[in-house]
Design a protein around this ligand. Structure first.
Ligand SMILES: Cc1cc2nc3c(=O)[nH]c(=O)nc-3n(C[C@H](O)[C@H](O)[C@H](O)COP(=O)(O)OP(=O)(O)OC[C@H]3O[C@@H](n4cnc5c(N)ncnc54)[C@H](O)[C@@H]3O)c2cc1C
Length: 483
């Protein structure tokens, strides 16, 4: 049986572990840098943090939960669900917490990986599976003077709950997925809220609801219902995903919905104009909220669209020279999404360094395997993020594919598996060609590198990805005997 290290105990790592275990592979260790599991749902404790995918779909297919409290679960419920899955499958005994992987090195003579954690411990294994996520490292903006601020400041993913916002002047920088969730929560408490907006966000209505006991009972008592409910949400997501790549008419429909939502919620023509995006919907991930726009119309809120020139001791200076005084600055500035596997130093066959191989932007066959890095598999790797839909669906496709690869290795002891360079190149050329026709090219976002390459998103439906990842095609790979 191959020995395996999984890096990361978020939904990706946990799902991978369950998939391995259910198929008889028990020799795995999950290395998690934090003191707890849950990934982004452990880290992002900001007020209002919640899912934008209905829970019947944002959950493992093998672990349906009939008793979700609401359609779009809050982060506490998702985090508790992740812990429940880990408990039921006995995963805690496989996890080493406080184990941050700093490096991994492949040895051709033995066909094994040596995985190093920052405490200096080295582990030698046959297979390394990285499940470190795409959004596990907060990004601070490149604004001069960030350290000069005299008040309290923090990133939304590192929310400082000790800071009391009541009666304070708060500056929020950024208008992405996190900001639109926490702004309506903090607006009623603060004295003044200045929201610094670089790009307006397309916001759709959120059709959220509390699940009634009768709904929960139907799911428990009628065996096919959880799958049917999951399927319906999946089909809606697939329909919209088709619009992103194949049928722009669908996207126009969604765009009209977002436009109407803004018009209904914001009557002031100037504010409405400032909140109208100048790029097509779909270019950034769709946002859902019923209370974001209403919060911005409140008398204690001002929207600032002038660019920021620097942070000063008293607050935020904009390019027109005005200083906007603040007691607290909250950075809702997202994550370093394009820096895959960073800052781990991964050394593959022939001493090849992964960050060198990815110099122009990360790429991998099916987002999972990279030439010259045998027996290294990526969960939520390059070009496997979605513009719409549940990431968990993608993680499950990857887990199955990787488990199949592990089976291949188990049947051939002493051999290692490496994707062929030409197969990976052809795959990526076709992928980039398809990506060039998507709306993701029309704005800057965390889906793209500074040079504009789209390294994060999958240009298609989740079904098309699942079809491609159903099984490992051995002709795509080279099997080599160690030594
Ligand atoms: C605020 C927020 C909201 C989101 N909402 C949605 C949503 O509504 N729908 C959706 O589909 N997706 C959403 N996502 C995307 C989310 O990233 C995925 O859905 C999914 O949770 C990714 O799981 P993961 O395990 O791949 O990554 P993560 O959850 O990021 O987990 C990675 C884990 O790896 C650990 N790790 C990282 N580096 C190392 C290292 N060197 N050594 C050891 N451990 C390491 C981290 O500590 C972390 O626990 C959201 C993301 C964020 C940040």
């Amino acid at each position: 049986m191959p020995s395996i290290v999984i890096i990361g105990a978020g939904f990706g790592g946990l799902g991978m572990a369950v998939e391995l275990q259910r198929n008889g592979f028990r020799e795995f260790t999950i290395l998690e840098r934090a003191a707890d599991l849950g990934g982004v749902w452990r880290e992002n404790t900001y007020p209002g943090a919640a899912c934008d995918v209905p829970s019947p779909l944002y959950s493992y297919s093998h672990e349906p939960k009939p008793k979700w409290r609401q359609r779009y679960s809050e982060r506490e419920d998702i985090y508790a669900y992740a812990r429940g899955v880990a408990e039921r499958h006995g995963l805690f005994e496989h996890i080493e917490f406080g184990a941050e992987v700093s490096a991994a090195e492949f040895d051709e003579s033995t066909g094994k990986w040596t995985v190093l954690t920052s405490d200096g411990v080295a582990r030698t294994v046959d297979v390394v599976i990285s499940a470190v996520g795409q959004l596990s490292r907060p990004a601070m903006p490149d604004i001069p003077g960030v350290g000069a601020f005299g008040g309290e400041s923090f990133h939304s993913a590192q929310w400082d709950h000790k800071v009391d916002l009541a009666g304070k002047r708060v500056a929020c920088i950024g208008t992405g997925a996190s900001a639109i969730q926490f702004i309506p929560e903090i607006q009623p408490q603060v004295a003044e809220l200045t929201l610094f907006q670089r790009t307006a966000a397309w916001v759709l209505p959120k059709f959220d609801t509390d699940y009634k006991p009768v709904h929960q009972r139907v799911l428990i008592e009628m065996p096919g219902m959880p799958s049917a409910e999951r399927f319906s949400w999946w089909a809606i997501g697939e329909f919209v995903a088709l619009g992103l790549v194949e049928f722009p008419g669908i996207i126009r429909l969604v765009s009209g919905m977002a436009q109407r939502h803004l018009e209904e919620q914001v009557t002031d023509p100037q504010l409405r104009a400032e909140l109208t995006p100048d790029y097509p919907i779909g270019c950034k991930r769709g946002l859902f909220s019923n209370d974001y726009f209403p919060a911005l119309t409140q008398p204690n809120v001002s929207l600032e669209t002038t660019g920021i020139s620097e942070i000063v001791a008293e607050g935020v200076r904009t390019t027109d020279g005005v200083v906007h005084p603040a007691d607290v600055i909250i950075y809702g500035t997202g994550f370093k999404g394009t820096e895959f596997l960073w800052p781990m130093k991964i050394r593959g066959r022939g001493g090849r360094i992964l960050s060198d191989a990815w110099e122009g932007g990360a790429h991998a066959y099916l987002g999972i395997t990279v030439p010259e890095f045998p027996n290294l598999f990526l969960v939520y790797g390059p070009n496997t993020n979605l513009g719409v839909g549940s990431i968990i669906y993608m993680l499950e496709s990857q887990a199955r594919y990787i488990r199949h690869a592990v089976q291949v290795l188990a049947e051939r002891p002493g051999q290692y598996l490496e994707v062929k360079a030409d197969i990976e190149r052809e795959y990526n050329d076709a992928l980039q060609e398809r990506l060039s026709r998507t709306p993701w090219n029309f704005c800057s976002s965390w889906y793209r590198t500074a040079s504009g390459r789209i390294t994060n998103n999958w240009p298609g439906t989740t079904r098309s990805y699942r079809r491609r990842t159903r099984r490992v095609k051995l002709s795509d790979y080279r099997l080599t005997g160690a030594g």
